[in-house]
Design a protein around this ligand. Sequence first.
Ligand code: RIB
Ligand code: CA
Length: 317
Amino acid sequence: MSNIPQIIIDTDPGQDDAAAILMALGLDKLNEIKLLALTCVAGNVPLHYTQKNARIICDWAQRSDIPVYAGAKKPLLKPLFTAEEVHGKTGLDGTKLHEPNTVLQEKNAAIFLAETLANASKNSITLCPIGPLTNLALAFSLNPQCIQGIKEIVIMGGTFFEAGNVTPNADFNFFVDPVAAQIVLQSGANIRIVPLDVTHKACITNERMEALRQLPNQNGKRFADILQSYERFDIQQFGLEGGPLHDPCAIAAAIRPEFFNQKSLYVEVDTSSGICEGATALDWHGKSGKTPNALWCYHIDDKSFFDYFTHAISALP
Ligand code: RIB
Ligand code: CA
């Protein structure tokens, strides 16, 4: 059995999701990971776009062999809340899209996750959810024993020292489905959280965009075009120096945790419907007496991260 990390990405592409998926496909090409599948969820845009975009992205990397599954069309309880103002109507503004060749698997993503994790060797699969956590919550409800197959869940979501990006206190992923996020955080699995606290320090500056554009391959240039379209929202709203690469940070945290400082702590998600809906409440000083349930990333070595990201993208066609 290969000892390289076996990864499943749960995703709502989404431009920064595209960055994360391309990064993972590059690392797969370099044999640094094995990308087992993509499971898609409604989030940045509705499911019919997220699943189609995931397949388009696999085509861009000439990897139509990657199994792509469609899952939840909406959160567990709330109506779907999307982010077209950031990602565009299709979810992949900024570049020409085509009808994908990569096929969509028949099986529902939540059923695929429940079955695959239940049948996997113990603690063997790393899950990287980079969208709302609805599919994982459904899988854990379908078969709670499936958690045995999880080595670690590396989640892009949450915020504590940074203001929220969709409401004053919440990041988009945890706001869209706070109940699902709370189910996953309390599941007992090994969890590492990559919040806005670090992703807002991983911005694609013009210099970094140029480095991608100079890569001798199509995907570097295509990706720079997509990021050019993506970055305006966060620059206007937060005055950041470029678009924050939220989702690729989760891939990096799963494979190169040494790029991050993290703290073991207890965290829960606010499932109320007020100004704190979807907020992550952290017990930073261990005062609650509750057992820590996650590693919370609070700092990133952004230079090493971007060198690694560029290294992965450079392996693509
Ligand atoms: O808050 C940022 C997260 O929400 C990212 O995963 C982005 O793609 C959106 O899903
Ligand atoms: Ca996402």
